[in-house]
Design a protein around this ligand. Structure first.
Ligand code: FMN
Length: 492
């Protein structure tokens, strides 16, 4: 989002497992769709791949620049995987940052960081044999000095630039804590000026981007979680009159883009690019300035597009038989993305949370119904705010006042970031100490036996199979289940 955003933006694919990518056509088809025919051809014949019309991933008209990211521990496998995607992207990235248990068991991601020789060979293989650049994403190590040596080694292997997640490998889950930008600054000052560095970590809001660039001297920032919760993170507030009403100005500068507007945009992208059918006709977004013409949410025309009503989808019927799960990664990701976007809203409006939870991948009618429910409550929220804005300011001020020492807690950040529930906003993770106090994190028996000073629980990170001592209620719990990594594709 944002009028000039495309000039400065670059996207990464999720991390793809290089071995599965080379071995399994189905895995390739389900995770990377540059043409309708997929990537059936052998990498030795990239010209064949180019003869097909571009479809979604790496499409020059919509999806470039694009970096495809792999995890790997075998140079030949990584090269073969990279050759499949080479005609459809601008660079291939090696993920050396994934800290999850599955990466430990599979020996990739951040668990290679003790084996510099292997890392060198992985990167160098691509550097020597690909026609496009190779890049790498790394975490910081125990000391600044060691991190600098590590970065130099990666660059010497042929990485064209590096993305540095300035957290250590053990900083994950509830032990995530803050990223240490001082390490980035240290590296910036010691690496050659022409070395390109992307900074990663601690980017919650739009303003953090500029601050990070200034504080660290990095050339760009990478955002993951901030962008998932607030897809407008790269957009400035509109400068001229925002005729469509997508931006809610709020009071005291605490405005933001409306979730219903972003939800609509997301749906329209799916209709246009994935389903290649027209979106349902929609009335203009409800705005206070036009409310006399819009007593309620505009009805959806049923002339074209799916037929809608405002009732939440019925409970899933066991064995109702006809549902076929789509294979498109775009349709499969929609629900989880919406839970992120709508987190503050569905925490308040649990009927919408339930309706979203019941919406099955590919059932656009169900998602349209959720959109209508969201539009209705946003309209009511905006009207309610107009009649009593102080009520909402109080709600924000009440947040987590139980914490006494703001320096050692997330309180100040929460206060800074919190917006009314109809506005896109980041999710501020509680620090491990706070999560323990709130009871949303419990210690394992092993942790309980440790002396008090050591009790920030490393093992409290939820495992990929969902088994852990962690107890997070409602939406987060649901999202946790939904974000289980698909076979061979993990996040981290
Ligand atoms: C849901 C989710 C999926 C992620 N998947 C990947 C991934 O595939 N590859 C990767 O390098 N990092 C991945 N990450 C980690 C982020 O790139 C990033 O390093 C980390 O979240 C810290 O940055 P942030 O504060 O902007 O989220 C993922 C993070 C999240 C929350």
């Amino acid at each position: 989002m944002g009028p000039d955003s495309s000039k400065n933006l670059l996207a990464y694919t999720p991390m793809l497992h290089s071995r599965l990518f080379t071995e399994t056509a189905k895995f390739r088809d389900h995770h990377f769709q540059p043409t309708r025919e997929g990537l059936a051809t052998r990498p030795e014949s990239p010209s064949n791949q180019m003869s097909s019309k571009p479809y979604l991933d790496g499409n020059p008209s919509t999806d470039r620049p694009l970096i495809v990211q792999f995890c790997a521990n075998t140079p030949d496998e990584l090269l073969e995987a990279a050759q499949y995607v080479e005609p459809h992207c601008d660079a291939v990235d090696l993920n050396l940052g994934c800290p999850q248990g599955i990466a430990k068991r599979g020996n990739y991601g951040a668990f290679l960081q003790e084996d510099w020789d292997l890392i060198y060979r992985l990167i160098n293989k691509l550097h020597l044999h690909l026609d496009i650049p190779v890049t790498a994403k790394m975490r910081i190590l125990e000391t600044k000095e060691k991190t600098l040596d590590y970065a130099k080694m990666i660059l010497s292997a042929g990485a064209s630039f590096i993305t540095i997640h300035s957290r250590r490998r053990d900083q994950k889950g509830h032990n995530t804590g803050l990223a240490d930008w001082s390490v980035l600054k240290y590296l910036r000052e010691r690496l050659p000026a022409e070395t390109v560095i992307f900074a990663n970590g601690n980017i919650l809001r739009h303003d953090d981007i500029e601050k990070c660039l200034e504080d660290t001297g990095a050339d760009g920032v990478m955002s993951a979680e901030g962008n998932l919760h607030d897809p407008t993170i790269f957009a400035k507030p509109p400068t001229a009159c925002d005729k469509g009403g997508e931006y809610w100005p709020g009071r005291h500068g605490k405005g933001g883009y409306r979730v219903d507007a972003v939800f609509r945009r997301y749906m329209d992208i799916i209709y246009k690019h994935v389903l290649e059918q027209p979106s349902p006709q929609r009335s203009p977004l409800f705005t206070l300035s036009h409310q006399s013409n819009q007593t309620s949410r505009g009805q959806v025309s049923t002339d074209e597009g799916p037929k809608m009503d405002s009732q939440p989808p019925k409970k899933r019927q066991k064995g109702d038989g006809k549902y076929v799960k789509p294979s498109s990664p775009n349709l499969l990701a929609l629900q989880a993305h919406l839970f992120r976007l709508l987190r503050p809203l569905v925490t308040k409006h649990t009927n919408i949370r339930d309706a979203l939870a019941k919406s099955r991948a590919g059932d656009m009618t169900a998602f349209e119904t959720v959109l209508h429910m969201v539009e209705d409550v946003v309209r009511d929220g905006l009207l309610d705010y107009e009649s009593d804005p102080a009520k909402y300011d109080c709600e924000v001020a009440k947040e987590k006042t139980v914490q006494s020492n703001e320096d050692e807690s997330s309180v100040a950040t929460v206060k800074e970031c919190r917006r009314p529930w109809w506005v896109c906003q980041p999710y501020v993770r509680p620090l491990a100490k706070e999560a323990l106090e709130q009871g949303s994190l419990t210690m394992s028996k092993k942790e309980k036996r440790k002396p008090k000073a050591e009790t920030v629980p490393e093992s409290a990170e939820p495992e990929e199979n969902g088994k852990s001592g962690r107890q997070i209620p409602d939406v987060a719990d649901f999202m946790q289940q939904k974000e289980l990594p698909a076979q061979g594709m993990v996040c981290g």
